[in-house]
Write a protein that binds this ligand. Structure first.
Ligand code: R5P
Length: 312
């Protein structure tokens, strides 16, 4: 069996270190930096010939720089004769550009899949894509993990007396239903509208009953926080007793720190796929680490074990 090697760029070193800690192996030495002309340079500082190489890099802000780092790392690994290259992408940037939903727009999630393949990746490992269909943009094997059981397990420990899981739109209902099933509780769905491309969302109405309930909103990602705050207001207006907000990918644009830092939210729960820009001051937060799940999946990929069994 080829030896395993794990490297990271500059997107989220703490996550890569946590994965390596779980795997009980060192994070590989690799230089990834920009020259003054903004050209990115990569150099592996150890031999990776014929090794099973995993490159951990979420596509997080500054998104285009982190994406280029990943692509150039893949190219460098290929030219260094790595035996196999797995792009480990805890957050797949541009994932919301997954369809042509307006005239004359791109499908950037597909374009990025092409980039990753052309650069030379042999496999991809990721978690909770914005839309599962993005898997099909790749012609190489892709394993998509899910953090929904981790979210459900956490909320289970809170022993909320009357929980209802809430999806922020119809697109998120499948994931929210999964969490509701695991918690054996009801599901409600917000009817959310976006009018144009200005990043503003409005919660219009609610399908389901929340009066007197402890609501747990589940979404795949939070960017501006607009979807969440308008959903929290709607649930409060409809008589919810408390509102917990959760997401898998805490992208948190600067505006989100103003909108979400409110005592209207009982707790803000997210995973560590994305590094935080800054801490919150008022709202209680909880970070659930996905590093063990990624470490287990990487070990299984390396040894030819089943990744699906992680979710049985
Ligand atoms: C949208 O389809 C996603 O599931 C999230 O609801 C969205 O990304 C949240 O964006 P924002 O925080 O900017 O409202």
């Amino acid at each position: 069996m080829r030896e395993m090697a794990v490297f990271t760029g500059n997107a989220h070193r703490a996550f890569a270190e946590a994965v390596c800690q779980h795997l009980e192996m060192p994070l590989g030495e690799c230089e990834v930096f920009e020259f003054s002309n903004e050209n990115i340079f990569v150099k592996f500082l150890e031999n990776i010939r014929e090794r099973d190489v995993f490159l951990i890099q979420p596509i997080v802000p500054p998104v285009n720089t982190r994406l280029m780092e990943l692509l150039i790392m893949i190219d460098a690994a290929k030219r260094a004769s790595a035996g196999r290259i797995t792009a480990v992408i805890p957050y797949y940037g541009y994932g919301r550009s997954d369809k042509k939903d307006q005239p004359r727009v791109p499908i950037t999630a597909r374009l990025i899949a092409n980039f990753i393949e052309v650069a030379g990746a042999n496999r991809v490992l990721t978690v909770d894509l914005h839309a599962g269909q993005i898997q099909g943009f790749f012609n190489i094997p892709l394993d998509e993990l899910t953090a929904l059981p981790l979210l459900a397990d956490y909320f289970h420990t809170l022993r909320l007396p009357a929980p209802t899981v809430v999806a922020t739109d119809v697109g998120g209902a499948k994931g929210a239903r999964d969490v509701a099933r695991r918690l054996d509780c009801d599901l409600a769905i917000v009817d959310k509208r976006r009018t144009d491309n200005n990043e503003r969302a409005e919660a219009m109405t609610l399908i389901g009953e929340v009066e007197g309930r402890d609501c747990i909103i589940v979404d795949d990602e939070i960017l501006t926080g607009g979807t969440m705050v308008s959903s929290v207001r709607l649930l409060r207006d409809r008589g919810a007793r408390s509102v917990y907000v959760s997401c898998i990918h805490p992208i948190f644009a600067p505006r989100a720190y103003d909108l979400l830092d409110t005592k209207e939210i009982a707790e803000l729960v997210f995973t560590d796929t994305v590094p935080l820009r800054q801490p919150f001051e008022h709202v209680p937060t909880r970070t659930l680490s996905l590093a063990p799940l990624f470490g287990d999946a990487m070990h299984r990929i390396h040894t030819g074990g089943s990744v699906g069994e992680l979710f049985l």
